[in-house]
Design a protein around this ligand. Structure first.
Ligand code: BTN
Length: 250
């Protein structure tokens, strides 16, 4: 059973427990007619998915686990803007709470080098444009302890107080909507600039690993396809798709 509520221009569909909010959202896109601007929110996931083949771990009733379904009318070549909008909305939301955060390309948000949120975007494409986009967000809110290998933090750890999940979800959706409208109004240059400004690794050489070697590099930017542009210490430019290179020891 689920309850419906509406505070922002998204309809929030609440679940106590679900396999994965992204999977439920994909079922809605597949089987229902009106799926745009719906948000699937659950207090617990039994099969939460992370990027690649990772899973997403979250203690029961502690964190925000949700998937926003949007119908963005965006060309396939510009799909990384969905990720930019989402990452910047997470940065905005944290900044409203007095927390400075950085985007670790392509899915993570870091606070003091620890992960506070992750995104998993799954687009369905029709012809040359995005038919629907499922934006899955796992946001650590009230969880106080994480296993060491996760290297994670939460809003409660950073602020020393507990938060109301639904209230925080509504605050997040409000900033998300503002960011999303910037994209709709074709303010893409501004989004590019702000994304780069908030990207981790643009101001110092960090260690990376690709399938051939380990090397030190600085982030130069992201191209239209969402590929990471690095410059290594020899001055060589390198371009990577997700999972082709990873930052180590950040
Ligand atoms: C990552 O950093 O690896 C991405 C994590 C995304 C997790 C969220 S939690 C809500 C939504 N449902 C899922 O199964 N995954 C995403």
């Amino acid at each position: 059973m689920h309850k419906k509520s509406k505070k922002v221009n998204f309809e929030i569909i609440n679940f106590e427990k679900i396999d994965s909010t992204n999977d439920r959202a994909a079922e809605m896109v597949e089987n229902e007619e009106n799926f745009c601007n719906k948000v699937i929110f659950s207090k617990y996931q039994t099969k939460g998915r992370g990027a690649g083949s990772n899973n997403w771990q979250s203690e029961k009733n502690k964190n925000l686990l949700f998937s926003i379904i949007i119908c963005p009318e965006i060309e396939v070549q510009k799909q990384f803007y969905i990720s930019k909008v989402t990452s910047l909305a997470i940065i905005d939301y944290l900044s409203q709470n007095g927390i400075e955060a950085k985007i670790k390309w392509p899915n993570d948000t870091l606070v003091n080098q620890k992960k506070i949120a992750g995104i998993l975007i799954e687009n369905s494409i029709m012809g040359q444009s995005i038919h629907s986009s499922i934006i899955g967000v796992g946001f650590n809110i009230n969880q106080k302890s994480f296993s060491d290998e996760l290297n994670a933090t939460s809003l409660a750890i950073e602020k020393g107080t507990k938060f109301d999940l639904i209230k925080e979800l509504n605050s997040f959706l409000t900033v998300f909507e503002k960011r999303f409208n910037l994209r709709k109004n074709k303010n893409l240059d501004l989004l590019d600039k702000q994304y780069l400004k908030n990207l981790y690794g643009t101001d110092k050489y960090l260690k990376y690993r690709d399938k051939e070697s380990e090397f030190k590099a600085i982030v130069e930017g992201i191209d239209n396809f969402g590929r990471l542009k690095l410059k290594d210490t020899t001055g060589k430019e390198r371009l990577y798709m997700f999972k082709e290179a990873e930052m180590i020891n950040y």
